[in-house]
Each structure stands twice: as structure tokens, then as C-alpha cells.
Design a protein around this ligand. Structure first.
Ligand code: 5GP
Length: 188
């Protein structure tokens, strides 16, 4: 059976990756989202095993020591990592797997799997991103400031990705991502 496509999805915190992702998953049953492990506290409404596996720093370090991660990185004071086993299993089953990860994770994946499809999700403007992060109200002003600083650094690397998709409208952006994925699969 043909193996699935490994897709990296990177973009600033608050850029709307989650909303685009929900639309992708609803539109294409062959696409799966990898569920990461993180040491950050769950936000209201987040469920263990659905948005993330919420783990302690100790559990995270054990996973690193056991070679359980495809990639991992620290982001604004917390650790995030992609558990390898489910990703390999889904790819073997022919499913296309999206890793929604930050920039350092992307570098690791690009190095190990240069054939991956990488998409950078950009905000229509930096002001818009700031407004979205502040409006979400899930982080303290200090954390928002840190996340915006990181977002600027990430934005400066957008040219390293195969595609940049501007999230001016989630429906339009999701459709653009769907056609990028199907074009790539048709070429293989
Ligand atoms: P948040 O705390 O807003 O859910 O995520 C913060 C950042 O961590 C986002 O840019 C998100 O894409 C990234 N992230 C989530 N899971 C992973 C992961 O498994 N690995 C890496 N490297 N980044 C991740």
C-alpha cells in the first residue's frame, strides 16, 4: 500500500492553525492530526489525549530518553514533542499525517524527512495576530509578549517552507491547503 504523506504545519500562536485544521480534518478523511505531548497546562476545554497529551516534565524527559519522539522542542517555557509511534503507524496505513509544530520542530523533521510537505501559516498582518492573541484571553500579557516575539522570529523563516498560506479567512485558507496536499499527492 502507498504510504501517507508527512505534512508539517507551522505558524504563530494565535494565527488560527487550529480552526484551519478542524476544516481540513472534516473535509478529508484521509488526513490525520498527530497529537503531541506537552508540559504546558491544559487550557479551558482542552482534553488529555485530544488536543495534547498533558505530561509532567519528568514524563517528558522519560519519553526523550526512550527515543519516543520524532521531534521535540521548548517553546515559551514549555516542552512539546511528537510521539513517533502513532505517526509511523498512520503513515504505514496510507493516512496523511499533519504535525502542527513550531519552527525548531520543523527543522528537525526537515532534516530527518526532507520529502515532507511543509506549510507555513501566516497572519494577514502582525497587528491582526496581536489582536487575536489578546482577544483569545488564554495567556497572561507576559506570555503573549513572549509568543509575539517568537512569532516574529518564526515569520522571518517562512521562506524555508514549501508553501506559505495566509490565514485571511479560515475557509479559504483550508481550501488552499487541501489543494496543496492533493497537488502534491497527484505528483507522486
Ligand atoms: P500552544 O501552547 O499554543 O498549543 O502551542 C505552542 C506552539 O507549540 C505552537 O506553535 C504549536 O504549533 C507548537 N507545538 C505543538 N505541538 C508541538 C510538538 O509536538 N512539537 C513542536 N516542536 N511544537 C509543537
Amino acid at each position: 500500500m502507498r504510504k501517507g504523506l508527512l505534512i508539517v504545519f507551522t505558524g504563530a500562536s494565535g494565527v488560527g492553525k487550529g480552526t484551519i485544521m478542524k476544516k481540513l480534518l472534516a473535509a478529508n478523511p484521509n488526513i490525520r492530526l498527530s497529537v503531541s505531548a506537552t508540559t504546558r497546562a491544559p487550557r479551558e476545554g482542552e482534553q488529555n489525549g485530544r488536543e495534547y497529551y498533558f505530561v509532567t516534565r519528568r514524563e517528558f524527559d522519560d519519553l526523550i530518553a526512550n527515543g519516543g519522539f520524532l521531534e521535540y522542542a521548548e517553546y515559551v517555557g514549555n516542552c512539546y514533542g511528537t510521539p513517533s509511534e502513532p505517526v509511523f503507524r498512520m503513515l504505514d496505513e496510507g493516512l496523511d499525517v499533519i504535525l502542527e509544530i513550531e519552527l525548531k520542530g520543523f527543522f528537525q523533521i526537515k532534516e530527518a524527512y526532507p520529502e515532507c510537505l511543509s506549510i507555513f501559516v501566516a497572519p494577514p498582518s502582525f497587528e491582526e495576530l496581536q489582536a487575536r492573541l489578546e482577544g483569545r484571553g488564554t495567556e497572561t500579557p507576559e506570555v503573549i509578549a513572549e509568543r509575539l516575539k517568537t512569532a516574529r522570529e518564526e515569520l522571518a523563516h517562512h521562506h524555508l517552507f514549501d508553501y506559505v498560506v495566509v490565514n485571511d479567512d479560515a475557509e479559504r485558507a483550508a481550501n488552499e491547503v487541501l489543494s496543496i496536499i492533493s497537488d502534491r499527492k497527484n505528483k507522486e
